[in-house]
Design a protein around this ligand. Structure first.
Ligand SMILES: NC(=O)c1ccc[n+]([C@@H]2O[C@H](COP(=O)([O-])OP(=O)(O)OC[C@H]3O[C@@H](n4cnc5c(N)ncnc54)[C@H](OP(=O)(O)O)[C@@H]3O)[C@@H](O)[C@H]2O)c1
Length: 289
């Protein structure tokens, strides 16, 4: 047990971190053990991980002392931020900074930072094809993560920058499931035209992260983009048609119409997918502007 490398996992009770904890627990001979950090050690998920052999510690990313303890003595850490909990890129940037500082203090040997492209490198703020949101972002939930990359580099943390993508689960959790139109037909609505959307099952992000920890040194300092499949929205609609056994169409709308649809963060979300549609180089995962 003691010779196994401890990975401190942020967001362990959530989608990405949870996938990583399960990947570690499902591979008892893999040489790693999971340290789940959560704000609620008595929560059902934390307790379940504890029963399955993970160490469970209380930590809040907004409390540097608790974060320091969560990383202490660990080999590595999975760092993820929580945009949808507060919708603030500035707060997300501070969370990333706090994790980079804690990782440095603990002299971690491998950090995976769950990040995204800073889309402003492709679509500068002065580019009026897309409105600027929240003062200085084109895609607030994405740009803040990319902007925060430098904290890990500046701190000298041995980091892999893991660029994730759209969870397929968004179709269940994000209010974008196929909906019945006035014509009685089901459709999904996106501002993607005929361009491809990279997507992934959230659980697979954790599995990829585990693979990166297992590879170790080979991935330190590298930016890795992942997706499960890159599908056009017409292809996605065809998958829904097949799986649901009823016709689902693709309703292609302009980005400005999409931004007006009603769900939280829709403007940023709309700009995220339309940046991908307009600037296909971003689809080349890890591409530089
Ligand atoms: N939806 C998508 O398509 C998508 C795609 C790629 C990336 N992302 C990004 O994924 C991130 C969220 O990750 P997720 O989806 O894995 O999370 P999630 O399933 O929404 O779960 C939230 C996690 O965040 C933890 N958390 C929240 N505030 C915290 C704090 N102050 N200190 C410590 N832990 C805190 C929660 O832990 P406790 O409650 O146990 O403390 C929980 O484990 C967001 O930044 C989002 O932008 C989303």
């Amino acid at each position: 047990m003691s010779d196994r490398k401890v990975i401190a996992v942020g967001g362990a009770t959530g989608a990405q971190g949870g996938g990583l904890v399960r990947a570690i627990l499902n591979d008892p001979n893999g040489g790693f053990t999971a340290r789940v950090f959560t704000r609620d050690v008595n929560g059902a998920k934390a307790k379940d991980f504890g029963r399955r052999g993970a160490e469970v510690v209380a930590a809040d990313v907004d409390n540097p002392k608790s974060l320091k303890k969560a990383f202490e003595g660990a080999y590595g850490a999975y760092c993820v931020t929580f945009f949808w909990a507060h919708l603030s890129p500035e707060r997300e940037i501070s969370e990333a900074k706090a994790m980079a500082e804690a990782a440095k203090a603990a002299a971690l040997q491998h950090v995976i930072w769950s990040t995204f492209e800073d889309t402003r490198k492709w679509v500068p703020l002065g580019d009026n094809r897309m409105p600027t949101l929240q003062g200085e972002y084109k895609v607030p939930h994405v740009d803040g993560k990319g902007e925060a990359d430098h904290f890990f580099t500046d701190a000298g943390c041995p980091t892999t920058f893991l660029r994730t993508c759209f969870y397929w689960e968004n179709f269940i959790q994000f209010g974008i499931a196929p909906k019945k139109g006035l014509d009685g037909k089901f459709a999904i609505t996106f501002p993607m035209g005929d361009k491809k959307l990279p997507g992934i099952a959230a659980e697979d992000i954790g599995k990829c992260a585990y693979g990166i920890f297992k590879k170790g040194a080979e991935f330190i300092g590298r930016t890795v983009g992942i997706s499960g499949e890159n599908l056009t929205c017409a292809q996605l609609a065809a998958v829904f048609t097949e799986v649901l056994g009823k016709e689902v169409r693709y309703n292609s709308v302009p980005p400005e119409v999409y931004r007006g649809l009603g769900f939280p963060g829709r403007r940023g979300f709309g700009q995220h997918v339309s940046v991908r549609a307009r600037f296909r180089r971003i689809l080349l995962r890890g591409a530089q502007p």
